[in-house]
Design a protein around this ligand. Sequence first.
Ligand code: NAP
Length: 267
Amino acid sequence: MKLENKRILITGGSSGIGYATAQNLLQRGARVAISGRRQEALTKAVEGLRSFGDVTAICADVATGEGREETLSQALAALGGLDILVNNAGGLRAGPLSQLEETDIMKMVEVNLLAPILLTRAALPALEKSGDSMVVNVSSALALVGIPFYSIYAAVKAGVAHFGESLRRELKGEGIHVMTVFPGGTDTPMMKTSNAGPELGFTLEPVEAVAEAIVAGMEEDALTVIRGGEQRQEMIALNRTDPAKLDERFAGLKDTLADAVKDHTAL
Ligand SMILES: NC(=O)c1ccc[n+]([C@@H]2O[C@H](COP(=O)([O-])OP(=O)(O)OC[C@H]3O[C@@H](n4cnc5c(N)ncnc54)[C@H](OP(=O)(O)O)[C@@H]3O)[C@@H](O)[C@H]2O)c1
């Protein structure tokens, strides 16, 4: 898809992957609306992005019905329609299932799974009207290989990935493409509270590289964008051919991993 002049809404565009993707898209001549819950972060983001092009900030919580209505109506008003919806806003809390609070489990389901589904449904009329449109869902590499202490996050990210795959086939031939992004560890504020490092197989990729890959995928009408390099590809393959081997590998890392991610939260 040619991105110049495309009208794009990026949820969670005030930080991290969303922000870097907004900058990259503005540099290609797109018009962009970014959303987030914190006005302060949005104001700072707009200051950073303004020199690259036409950007609008929307302060709303996509995890609520009211927030989604606000997000979409403000984006449509500012952009005069919608060609691309990037469902990027997300959050997590790591920890053993037995110790996760029910409220945090619900929050993870709402922001990572329900929000993309319901925002996409609400945006469909505008996307249909565009005639050449796209939905980009930001999932996670953990949707492809589940790891200990991320059971809910893995579940909801796998959910949004399969939502996207089904919808892509449902809408084939109707002018709306659906692409799913599976970032590996990426150097963003979301990862600041994780102490899992390369010794546990966790390396962080620069956010600009992930944004560049997302935008390249959009230009090529890719079905998926999978990050995390060769190491991740090997894990994905092993998870299909010999998942018990991965179980053993994680069993050996479990105690160290539990300690490293015990404070990992970004909700
Ligand atoms: N970083 C990684 O290693 C990694 C790996 C795989 C997948 N991902 C996924 O990539 C996406 C972006 O993550 P990131 O690493 O860029 O995180 P980030 O830097 O923490 O940015 C998250 C963005 O989402 C917004 N947001 C969060 N909850 C929201 C809500 N309920 N309503 C509206 N906006 C909301 C945040 O702004 P406010 O806080 O102001 O709302 C912020 O703009 C997420 O879906 C994440 O799950 C990240």
